[in-house]
Each structure stands twice: as C-alpha cells, then as structure tokens.
Design a protein around this ligand. Structure first.
Ligand SMILES: NC(=O)c1ccc[n+]([C@@H]2O[C@H](COP(=O)([O-])OP(=O)(O)OC[C@H]3O[C@@H](n4cnc5c(N)ncnc54)[C@H](OP(=O)(O)O)[C@@H]3O)[C@@H](O)[C@H]2O)c1
Length: 285
C-alpha cells in the first residue's frame, strides 16, 4: 500500500490500519455473533502480522482495553523482529479505559497519574521505546476530558519526554470531535472517530480536522462487521459504482478528504488482504 502523511504528525501511515480488538478480547463486544468467539492463536496472529507487513499495512491500532492485544502485539512482533524492523510500523494505543475480563466491564480513569502509568505500561507490553500515537479512549464525556480531566496535559508531557510521538483522542460525539480538532494547537495531533454507511454525523469533524491538518483515523468503518446492513445505508452515488459492501465502505471512508486511515478490525489474513485490495480499488478512481 502507498504510505501517506497523518495530518501534521510527521508520521507516514497506510490508508488501511489493522484494528486488534479481536486479538485480545471476546467479551463486551458487539461484533456479529456476539461474545465468546475464539481468540486467534499465536500462529494465526503471526500470519496476520506477516500479511500486514507483506501488504504494506503499517498502522496497528490497539488499547489497554482490548484485553491481551497490546501484550500479544509486543510478544509476537518482538519475536519476529517486527518483520523487517520496528520503524516500518506506526503503533497507536490508548489511555483511560480499563477492561475487566472477569466482569466484562470497563472502567474509565482520566487522571494525569493514570495517563502516565498507562503509557509506561503500554511501552512495556508492546516492548517499544516510543509509542507512535496515544489517544485518550473516551467514555463519551469528550469535552469534559479535553477541558477538565488533565489527561491531555499529561499526554503532552509524555510527548515532551519523548515517549510518544503524537497524541489525541478517540471521540464519541460530534461536539467532542470538533473541540478536539479546534484545540489542535494545544492538544490533539490526531482524532479517531466513527464514520460509516450508517453513522455519518462525524463527517463534519473530518472536514474541520482537514482544515487544521489534524490527523484522522476512522473506526467502525465496516459497521463493526454488520456487513449485511451496509449497502442499504450507502449513498446512491456509491451504490451506482459497486455492490460490494467492503469496497463501498472503503469508497465512503477513504473517499472523504481529510481521512488519514480507516482502521479495520480483523483477525483474518484473508480479510486483511481483501480489505487492502478493496481499498486500492476504491482509491484508484
Ligand atoms: N477507540 C475506540 O473507542 C474504538 C472503538 C471501536 C473500535 N476501535 C478501533 O477501530 C477498529 C475497527 O473497529 P471495529 O473492529 O469495531 O469494526 P470494523 O472495523 O468496522 O469491523 C470489524 C469487523 O468486520 C469484520 N471484517 C473485517 N474485514 C472483513 C471482510 N473483508 N469481510 C467480512 N468481514 C470483515 C471483522 O471480522 P473478522 O475478524 O472475521 O475479519 C470484524 O468482526 C477496532 O479494531 C479498534 O482498533 C476503536
């Protein structure tokens, strides 16, 4: 895949990122089939990362809230020498959400102390000296977190210390996304938001981010796997070009100027390959 700049972060990323929820957690998720799916084996994860490296997928998205995900990325990538070197990857993780697998419940902590602890813990789990992107994992109180929690200042401090390259927030609201982007000079280098066939309200945030050269990562671009619902919600101009829900979703998301990458969750090398091919077709227009 071509590599392209993520806003003004100085990072180069592939337009398709690899989302890794399913590598570490099978409870408290809303994927088709619900909870309890088989978490992929080490061999399957190794193949997934090998495929990503071969396909030029350089962006990996994880979080402490994705259960074993960070730890498995660190262990498997370390053992494989990061398939050609750590420098070829852009690793994004988060702070603020902690998931209890026994209770299948999340708790949220946005204090500066927690943010610093979490970043250092992620570095140990991922086995890296620096994390490329750290986002606050919002619980929906986007504006309060940005303004009053102290989390953004704590992230800026770890960034100054050289532990993190770019910082930002994974938002849940339009107003929060707009605030995150408006505060770009003081706070967010990157925003992660939802944009798909069914939920397009956050498109205005993409436009605002583009205007300010803030990096945009899109989550849930395939409706978290509810593919059957995609085409019925797709704008007619995209339906006129393709009836493939994956390619249509790529056209919708990657066709929106200002999007840096669509982070697609998968535990399947076959799906990752299909997604890269579909993205390339969508961007060939
Ligand atoms: N920060 C946040 O608050 C937040 C929230 C949600 C998500 N995220 C990030 O964004 C990523 C993407 O979101 P998401 O995982 O919820 O949803 P998504 O990317 O819209 O969809 C993932 C689902 O689609 C399936 N899928 C992927 N490629 C496919 C293909 N070619 N054909 C058929 N099915 C396919 C996957 O199953 P298979 O495993 O079978 O491929 C998985 O069930 C996450 O992994 C995570 O990294 C962040």
């Amino acid at each position: 895949m071509e590599q392209r700049p993520l806003g003004n972060t100085g990072l180069m990323i592939s337009p398709i990122g690899l989302g890794t929820v399913k590598l570490g957690r099978n409870r408290g998720v809303k994927y088709p089939g619900g909870e309890g799916f088989a978490i992929p084996s080490d061999e399957q994860v190794r193949e997934l990362f090998r495929s990503a490296a071969d396909l030029g997928v350089s962006l990996i998205d994880t979080a402490p809230a994705y259960g074993l995900s960070e730890r498995r990325i660190g262990e498997i990538m370390h053992a494989q020498g990061w398939f050609g070197g750590r420098d070829r990857w852009v690793v994004c993780t988060k702070v603020g959400e902690e998931f209890d697998p026994e209770e299948a419940r999340s708790t949220f902590v946005f204090t500066p102390e927690h943010v610093k602890m979490s970043v250092e813990r992620s570095m140990r789990r991922l086995r890296v000296d620096v994390i490329d992107i750290v986002l606050v994992h919002s619980d929906g109180r986007d504006e309060w977190i940005l303004r009053d929690s102290g989390a953004m200042d704590a992230l800026r401090e770890v960034q100054r210390r050289g532990l993190v390259r770019a910082i930002g927030m994974s938002t849940k609201t339009v107003d929060g996304g707009l605030s995150a982007v408006r505060r770009s000079e003081g706070a967010c280098d990157v925003v992660m938001l939802t944009f798909n066939a069914k939920e397009r309200a956050e498109g205005v945030v993409i436009d605002a981010a583009r205007h300010r050269n803030v990096g945009v990562l899109v989550k849930k671009g395939l409706l978290s796997g509810h593919i059957a619902e995609v085409m019925g919600r797709m704008p007619p101009e995209i339906r006129a070009v393709t009836d493939d829900p994956i390619e249509a979703s790529m056209r919708l998301v990657l066709g929106r100027q200002g999007v840096g990458a669509m982070v697609v969750g998968t535990s399947s090398s076959v799906h990752l390959t299909d997604n890269v091919r579909a993205a390339e077709a969508a961007m060939r227009v």
